[in-house]
Design a protein around this ligand. Sequence first.
Ligand SMILES: C[S@@+](CC[C@H](N)C(=O)[O-])C[C@H]1O[C@@H](n2cnc3c(N)ncnc32)[C@H](O)[C@@H]1O
Length: 170
Amino acid sequence: MTNEWLLLLEIPLLLALIALVTQSGFFIPLPMSTIRKILKSAEIKRSDILYDLGSGDGRIIIAAANEYGIKTVGIENNHLLYLISKWNVKRYSVSSKVKLIRGDLFRQNLSEANVVVVYLTQRMNDKLKPKLEKELRKGTRVVSADHVFKGWKEVSKIKTGHFYCHLYKI
Ligand SMILES: C[S@@+](CC[C@H](N)C(=O)[O-])C[C@H]1O[C@@H](n2cnc3c(N)ncnc32)[C@H](O)[C@@H]1O
């Protein structure tokens, strides 16, 4: 995969537009260098299914599908971001590997995931924790950017720019 689409997606103008249309400053995409570190740390196997909970413009699920050849699922409740990620999935020809769900991540069943990536808020992680404990199978890797899952034992902690990503194993 070339980096050209990533450059496009990182145009600040696009983010400003999204913030404007959604009236929310919450969409902060992870840089590709961080995403690559996250994917590497999760020790992805060909049979894995990766979920990104709050998948934004789709960059994590597209990168994982493209670079690791695995199936991925993105859940995004913002309609505009969902449409952008749908367009990106087509554009990078990963439709056969990537499934996009428009909706609330708290209302989706997550039990098929082997790898879960989240870049949410600490409050959302706290709310999400019991759901992950209930639905995820033993051995599932969970990577959380910037925020922790309180009470879980970290497998590793990766420094990425100005914050850490936390890797856990269920
Ligand atoms: C900080 S961004 C991270 C985007 C992407 N995962 C990345 O790392 O580049 C958080 C995303 O979660 C989405 N989100 C927040 N709450 C959600 C919910 N309840 N259900 C689905 N998506 C949600 C936001 O719209 C936003 O796109």
